[in-house]
Design a protein around this ligand. Structure first.
Ligand SMILES: [Zn+2]
Length: 333
């Protein structure tokens, strides 16, 4: 944890300032082990492995992501895997443009191993990467190259340990459907946007695609309850059997539709080598079956939520929405 994050941190319970009350170990200007204390309610929060930890017992619902991102931490990081898929997706789903990120304070809500935080920091942003699971440890390791431009925090998106109105931007890509209350995540992030701050959220759209994936949803009736190691063995077996088939038909348009009925999440992006496609397929298959929650959202409903929150420039389409907090203080939520 770099000390300059204290300017932005606040108690997740009462929003008061936090102070550093213990520093057991530091390294290259970073606090590795220590403790933060709320000045008002006196609740303490540990700093372990360089990360301030605010997540409570609810983090146990997300252990699959901790396992996943510590196992495949580097697979989707552009800089470490020689592709630009994370950059392309961040730009497409925020619509902010690479230049906009320069010197902005930006929240990555549900960072995982940090694929999008890495790109955003590369564009010159100051990034606050938040994840409730142990994935945040993989994120810190992957992104240490950015120094104090990236701050990693383990916390719930429902109770962000941040001061109000400090963010120029907040994005959350592929995350909210995996929480028990997706709309609450959006409301929580908006609270920390400055007037004029931008929001971008990508999510699973509620549509007919669940009917196209009968095997996935039948298996999901029990797979989220499996131990991560057991689930990995099952996913490995599926990928071993079905990846060669989906790889063979990847360029045959009509036949490719059949791959929806396979029990694997096939990834055949031509920017990736065949070995990378197999690794992404295993990762994304694990990501299908592991999450406890998969609550698909309607962009129409989420667009209405953004209006209720009095945001402006609302753009909502299936799976993606963007908005801005108005500058006019009277209109603030
Ligand atoms: Zn407090």
């Amino acid at each position: 944890m770099f000390q300059n994050i204290l300017d932005w941190l606040a108690c997740p319970h009462c929003s008061s300032d936090l102070v550093l009350t213990d520093t057991k170990k530091t390294q290259d200007g970073e606090i590795i082990e220590g403790q933060l204390t709320c000045q008002a309610c006196k609740v303490t929060f540990p700093i372990r492995n360089g990360i301030p930890r605010f997540a409570g017992h609810e983090k146990s619902d997300f252990e699959n992501f901790g396992y996943q991102w510590n196992r495949w931490g580097q697979v989707q990081i552009d800089r470490l895997s020689n592709h630009r898929l994370s950059e392309q997706r961040l730009l497409a789903e925020t619509d902010w443009g690479a230049e906009w990120f320069q010197d902005k304070i930006i929240l990555d809500g549900g960072s995982g191993a940090g694929r999008f935080s890495d790109v955003a920091a590369g564009f010159g942003g100051h990034i606050i990467a938040v994840d409730i699971s142990q994935a945040i440890d993989a994120c810190r390791e992957n992104l240490s190259i950015h120094g104090d431009r990236v701050h990693c925090i383990q916390a719930s998106l429902f109770k962000l340990p941040l001061k109000k109105e400090i963010l120029d931007g907040a994005f959350s890509l592929g995350v909210i459907q995996h929480t028990p209350e997706p709309e609450k995540v959006i409301t929580s992030m908006v609270r920390h946007l400055k007037p004029g701050g931008k929001l971008a959220v990508n999510f699973y759209e509620k549509n007919f695609s669940t009917k196209l994936q009968p095997i996935k949803y039948a298996l999901r009736l029990f797979t989220p309850r499996l131990r991560s190691e057991t689930l990995l063995s099952l996913c490995r077996a599926f990928v071993r059997v079905f990846f060669p088939l989906s790889y063979t038909v990847r360029n045959i348009r009509k036949v490719r539709l059949l791959s929806h009925f396979l029990p694997i999440c096939s990834v055949h992006n031509p920017e990736l080598t065949k070995d990378q496609q197999r690794a992404w397929t295993l990762l994304d298959t694990f990501d299908w079956y592991g999450p406890k929650y998969e609550l698909r959202q309607s962009h129409v409903r989420l667009g209405a939520l953004l209006e209720e929150l009095k945001l402006s420039d609302i753009r909502a389409r299936p799976g993606v929405m963007q908005a801005t907090r108005p500058l006019d203080k009277i209109n603030r939520p």
